[in-house]
Ligand binder design. Structure first.
Ligand code: NDP
Ligand code: OXD
Length: 307
């Protein structure tokens, strides 16, 4: 039996899963299902202790791309496989989010907004896409697609990953040395890494200082990737032109957080890329079929590396 926990979209997912898996029993929260019959769960942020009630659970489908929260759970036994979504309609949205920030920088919208407040009519220097260097941290399902799309639009794109990668038209770097090479040559840094023990506070004082003066930062990965105090210090000092932030160390962002009212910060409430239910269900159905046939699963999380 597949047990579903997606409180905001329970009806939609139950209907889609039942249509896609007519031979599977699909139950959903808060329905009381025979706990022993539950072998699979499909979830987004279930409450603490949720998994402990299912003694025969062996596979959890995450209804998102990031699994940092699931990997920290004490109620999820180590033998339970975690399978995440790959793209599922999110990659194009990530491109849109990143492009919004890149255009904000390139077309100087932050500066024109300031000029408008001052009632000042002052055309600024034109900057072409090919003269804007976009650095992308994370070249996986989402970052890889964003990188390729931006190259298609004429931007100068470099990317960074854990292992060496090769993507047409993109300067691919990896490892600490690669990051130290990429940062000083980046006008707009787009961060779409997973939160893992290795990426925790990756963008600290030292690394943020490697960005050229006047660079912009976009974070759509996870808040844990950035030392928020260090970022605030760079923004306050005017070294970073602006930050477009979708994810935060604490969510929802607390009411008195300085990001809310900072003149150089744009806040969005973790909406850079939403899971598209039809795509998510198609992936889960394909994975259930693969599992039944003994084929490898798409999106199987490697617990040791944290993503
Ligand atoms: P993938 O697993 O496909 O890609 C992750 C990328 O990060 C890979 O290129 C990987 O390197 C790289 N990476 C991981 N650890 C390191 C490291 N220590 N050093 C350098 N590079 C590293 O993930 P997705 O692209 O599908 O998703 C990325 C993240 O985006 C999610 O984990 C989630 O946190 C976030 N997200 C945010 C959303 C939002 O709305 N804000 C929506 C969806 C996702 P390698 O290629 O070598 O494996
Ligand atoms: C995800 C997210 O990881 O929405 O899918 O953050």
């Amino acid at each position: 039996m597949l047990y579903l926990y997606t409180p905001d979209q329970q009806e939609c997912y139950t209907r889609l899963l039942r249509e896609a898996l007519p031979d599977e029993t699909v139950a959903c929260w808060p329905q009381e299902a025979g706990a022993e019959a539950v072998t699979h769960a499909a979830v987004w942020a279930p409450p603490d202790g949720f998994f402990a009630r299912f003694p025969n659970l062996h596979t959890v489908f995450a209804m998102g791309a990031g699994v940092d929260k699931l990997l920290q759970r004490k109620d999820l036994a180590p033998h339970v496989r975690i399978v995440r979504l790959t793209d599922a309609g999110m990659a194009q949205q990530m491109t849109e989010y990143c492009l919004y920030g890149v255009l904000h920088y390139q077309r100087q919208m932050d500066r024109y907004a300031g000029q408008q407040r001052a009632g000042r009519w002052q055309p600024l220097e034109t900057r072409l896409a090919r003269d804007v260097r976009v650095g992308i941290l994370g070249l996986g399902e989402l970052g890889g697609r964003v990188a390729t799309d931006l190259v298609g639009l004429g931007y100068h794109v470099a990317g960074w990953s854990r292992r060496p990668r090769s993507i047409d038209g993109i300067r691919c770097l990896h490892g600490e040395a690669g990051l130290r090479e990429l940062l000083p040559e980046t006008d707009v840094l787009f961060c779409v890494l997973p939160a893992t023990p290795e990426t925790q506070r990756l963008l600290n004082t030292d690394r943020l200082a490697l960005l050229p003066d006047g660079a912009a930062l976009i974070n759509a990965g996870r808040g844990a990737l950035i030392d928020e105090d260090a970022l605030l210090a760079r923004l306050d000092a005017g070294c970073l032109r602006f930050a477009l932030l979708d994810v935060f160390a604490g969510e929802p962002l607390r009411e008195d957080h300085p990001f809310w009212r900072h003149p150089r910060v744009i806040v969005t409430p973790h909406v850079a890329a939403d899971t598209v239910p039809e795509d998510a269900v198609a992936q889960i159905a394909a994975n259930l079929r693969a599992q039944a046939a003994g084929r490898p699963l798409n999106g199987l999380v490697e617990r040791d590396r944290g993503y």
